[in-house]
Design a protein around this ligand. Structure first.
Ligand SMILES: Nc1ncnc2c1ncn2[C@@H]1O[C@H](COP(=O)(O)OP(=O)(O)OP(=O)(O)O)[C@@H](O)[C@H]1O
Length: 268
């Protein structure tokens, strides 16, 4: 008799169980996250989408060990977020590129590597490799102010990648950029994801951005911050921007919108 093989299971990179976080403030408690359950698997591209105040950044910060939950549990790479931070298991990209204006692009990307105490040769190799990955080869000796906003943000992504983490945490990295630049960077980010097989967690306010980028979309709503829907995308991983006009894309966008509406997000 043939043995039934178990379906291969992907290891979970982030596992969150019944997690809540309440901030105690002068105006009383703020329930930033309430009963969150979420599994992020290796190679996933997960977006958190929802209106202002629904807890997207707080959830990302809990994964990064920049905030602690008040109830429930979370593991990152099978360990505590603190251990994952100490292991440099993730790279974090902020909304603003946050580059030092007095350092060249290469020196900005090298900064965390200097702090880690890597050899000069290793630093140079990683800087060159990661600037090439974000299409910034040739800009090593420029200063941040000599680059466009989109290029600066790509440099900050290279800085996060230079730590060679398997997990990339991105908090609205393209939120401040115009739509044309943003489209271009979205396309490049997907190519990078395909090339590097990283796990990405991405915070956004934009429905098209979430649907275009993600393999899994987490729709959140506020007061208390909670997950309204988790949508697993059936779009092919290899997708160009023109996929946004296909029925499959529009169907997913519609479901995200329904999730936001269910959380009364449009009334805020
Ligand atoms: N350190 C803090 N102290 C008190 N309240 C906080 C703190 N950080 C966040 N909050 C509150 O927690 C809730 C969730 O905030 P959070 O920044 O995670 O939302 P968000 O969905 O990321 O919003 P945005 O899209 O505006 O960035 C909000 O009500 C916010 O005011």
């Amino acid at each position: 008799m043939a043995l039934q093989k178990d379906a291969p299971t992907k290891p979970s990179v982030v596992s969150i169980r019944d997690l809540s976080l309440t901030f105690e403030t002068g105006d009383g408690p703020v329930h930033a996250l309430s009963h969150i359950d979420l599994t992020i698997e290796k190679g996933d591209f997960v977006s958190f989408i929802g209106p202002s105040g629904c807890g997207k950044t707080t959830l990302l910060r809990v994964i990064a060990d920049l905030e602690r939950q008040t109830a429930g549990s979370i593991t990152v790479n099978g360990t505590t977020p603190e251990q994952a931070r100490l292991d440099r298991a993730y790279g974090y990209v902020f909304q603003a590129a946050a580059l030092y204006p007095w350092r060249t692009i290469a020196k900005n990307v090298a900064l965390p590597l200097e702090i880690m105490g890597l050899s000069k040769a290793e630093q140079q190799a990683r800087v060159a490799k990661n600037l090439a990955l974000v299409n910034l080869a040739g800009f090593e000796n420029k200063y941040p102010w000599q680059l466009s906003g989109g290029m600066q943000q790509r440099a900050s992504i290279a800085r996060a990648l230079a730590l060679e983490p398997d997990l990339l945490l991105m908090d609205e990295p393209f939120g401040a950029l115009d739509e044309i630049v943003r489209d271009h960077l979205n396309e490049q980010l997907l190519q990078l994801w395909a090339k590097t097989a990283k796990t990405v967690v991405f915070v956004t306010h934009s429905i098209p951005e979430a649907v275009y980028l993600s393999s899994k979309i987490v729709v959140m709503s506020p007061r208390p911050g909670r997950i309204e829907d988790v949508i697993v995308s059936d779009l092919p991983r290899d997708r160009g921007l023109d996929i946004r006009e296909t029925p499959g894309f529009l169907k997913l966008a519609h479901r995200v919108r329904e999730g936001l509406r269910a959380g009364h997000s449009y009334e805020d």
